[in-house]
Design a protein around this ligand. Structure first.
Ligand code: GTP
Length: 598
């Protein structure tokens, strides 16, 4: 049996995954102390700043067991901590035999702890429960023990207690990994079967594919094939994560490492796909591969229309490294040429926007995000619509369907009433079940339209529960729904980029709020500007931007010089800060006003 252990660390956001990995690197001597910095593994700037892990970072360490004196190779696959990237968590778990379930002693079991534990159980992983942050004065170890016991039925005295920050208990944990996690079972002689669990684009080396070898082995010069599309490649290099990438002679059954094989963009290495030998391919791929689909869509336009080409190039470059990003050319009468983009969620959208700004110095206008609707027309045709501007007219529509999710919220019982009210009365949700989860904690399960939770839901839930509630969701399919398109007219002209799809019951209130918000955001002009919302052929709400009195004209465009505006100036065309629509100038924020009225 090989001295290899493959594990993943699963935890709710901020419970200490990255800190624990850092400590393991330090204890096993994988990184020299002078190179060690906090959150060594969160290498993308945005990840470090926001304190969230977006891409998974594998690492390989060697540990000499104090018990049997033998040296073990331990591969740790870190998992993304945000619900936008759930699919990647699944793939990481498919690559290992065991999981460390890490729970913050001051926070207890949270929604993602539960969701990820269920996933680990589905993957038949051996789970080692660990309570972290025991050094903190407000650590509540006994309660956390009870919660974990409730979740997976492991008694309190078998739960490891550590401080990832100070290193307390981490060696004992390493011994437990060796003792409790099964060694990988594949054979080097069998046909090659490697699971792609991540991929990264490198400017100089092309795509670096992160793999777990289940059976067989692979070395440079081998001809390999991706199972889903039967594309073949020649292997240029294979290696391990130490955590820096280090070339090795071959990767064998049970190993975790990387393959470089001349792939030009990450979409060629689909997460969840199986790599096999081109000459002697396996008949059966590894289970569970599915295409990742965007959940939300938004229009993206260059800050200045002339920068369309630059924006396209920037998006193409980003796409090399982000296979979940989808974009197609689009045109809006108000905003000109741009793109319709698909994202995994709002965090993903923010990350893309920020990377465009930082790495490509591109200022962009984003329109409010929305989900993808299924529309059945009276003539029987079925359409998928992800742009409200393209929503068919009411007279053509037979039925409309929208995506629904199963939403789980975990909360202390005192916030139950407020949260149920939020989901059921404001967000069109239906309660499915409630369960107790350990001491003073309730799990609420709902079915809710996805459109209702992509906007401000997370913040509302946090505010109502004073930060204590946490959530997780997964797509469950399409449901028939009573939806209407609300068109916004500015100075009597329809501005498609501002239009939205709303449920009939909420259309009026949302339209009301939106026109009021727009009236605040659109600066005064020398004439009065009516702002109207139209649905089902009639005006349902109206607001007005009053005409400006001449003597205060000088002040009019003073205010808000945001970072975006500064970026625009950098592009030396600072004068065209606002979009002219008809005779009206509309600022960027107006296009996102919709986010504030959900
Ligand atoms: P995501 O990648 O966002 O999911 O977070 P994470 O689970 O990787 O958490 P991370 O390691 O970034 O830790 C979150 C915060 O908790 C950081 O500020 C850490 O310094 C702190 N932290 C982690 N472990 C401990 C611990 O044992 N004790 C104390 N006091 N703080 C800790």
């Amino acid at each position: 049996m090989k001295n290899v252990r493959n594990i993943s660390i699963i935890a709710h956001i901020d419970h200490g995954k990255t800190t624990l990995s850092d400590r393991i690197l330090e204890i096993t001597g994988a990184i020299e102390p002078r190179k060690m910095r906090a959150q060594y593994l969160d290498s993308m700037d945005i990840e470090r700043e926001r304190g969230i892990t977006i891409k998974s970072h594998p690492l390989r360490v060697f540990y000499k067991s104090k018990k049997d004196g033998q040296i073990y190779e331990i591969n740790i696959v870190d998992t993304p901590g945000h619900v936008d990237f759930t699919y990647e968590v699944d793939r990481s778990l498919a690559a290992v035999e065991g999981a460390i379930l890490l729970v913050d002693a001051t926070q207890g079991v949270q929604a993602q702890t539960v969701a990820n534990t269920y996933k680990a159980v589905e993957h038949n992983l051996e789970i080692i429960p660990v309570i972290n942050k025991i050094d903190l004065p407000n650590a509540n170890i006994t309660e956390t023990e009870l919660e974990i016991e409730d979740l997976i039925g492991i008694p309190g005295d078998e739960i490891y207690k550590i401080s990832a920050k100070e290193g307390t208990g981490v060696e004992e944990l390493l011994e437990a990994i060796i003792e409790k996690i099964p060694a990988p079972s594949g054979k080097d002689e069998d046909k090659l079967k490697a699971l792609i669990f991540d991929a990264k684009y490198d400017k100089y080396r092309g795509v670096i594919v992160y793999v777990r070898i289940f059976d067989g082995s692979v070395k440079s010069g081998d001809k390999i094939m991706t199972f889903s599309n039967k594309q073949t490649y020649e292997v240029v290099e294979v290696g391990a994560f130490t955590p820096e990438m280090k070339k090795v002679d071959s990767l064998n059954a049970g190993d975790i490492g990387y393959i470089i094989a001349g792939m030009k963009e990450v979409s060629m290495a689909k997460i969840g796909d199986t790599i096999t030998s081109a000459k002697d391919p396996t008949k059966e791929p590894l289970p569970g591969y599915k295409e990742v689909k965007p959940m939300v869509y938004a229009g993206m336009y260059p800050g200045i229309p002339e920068y369309y080409e630059e924006l396209r190039k920037a998006l193409e470059k980003l796409k090399l490294n982000d296979s979940a990003l989808v974009f197609n050319p689009d045109h809006s009468p108000a905003l000109g040429f741009g793109f319709r983009c698909g994202f995994l969620g709002l965090l993903h959208m923010d990350v893309v926007k920020e990377r465009l700004e930082r790495e490509f110095e591109m200022a962009v206008i984003l329109t409010a995000p929305n989900v993808e609707y299924k529309v059945v027309l009276k003539n029987g045709e079925e359409l998928l619509i992800n742009d409200p501007a393209k929503f068919p007219s009411e007279s053509e529509i037979q039925e409309v369907y929208e995506p629904y999710v199963k939403l789980s919220i975990i909360t202390p019982p005192e916030y139950l009433g407020k949260l149920m009210n939020l989901v059921q009365n404001e967000k069109r949700g239906t309660m499915i079940s409630t369960e107790n989860a350990g001491f003073e904690r309730v799990v609420l399960n709902f079915e809710v339209p996805l459109a209702e939770i992509i906007f401000d839901f997370f913040d509302r839930m946090k505010a109502l529960s004073r930060g204590y509630a946490s959530m997780d969701y997964e797509l469950i399919g399409y449901r028939k729904s009573d939806l209407v398109k609300v068109t916004i007219l500015v100075n009597k002209e329809p501005v498609e980029a501002l239009s939205m799809i709303a449920h009939k019951d909420k259309a009026y209130t949302m339209a009301r709020k939106l026109v009021d918000k727009l009236a605040e955001l659109i600066p005064q002009h020398q004439f009065e500007i009516p702002i109207q919302a139209k649905a089902g052929g009639r005006i349902i709400a109206r607001s007005t931007v009053k005409a400006l009195r001449k003597d205060v004209l000088a002040k009019c465009y003073g205010g808000d010089v945001t970072r975006k505006m500064k970026l625009l100036e950098k592009q030396k065309e600072g004068k065209k800060k606002l979009r002219e629509i008809g005779r009206v100038s509309i600022p960027q924020e107006a296009f996102l006003a919709l986010l504030k009225v959900g």
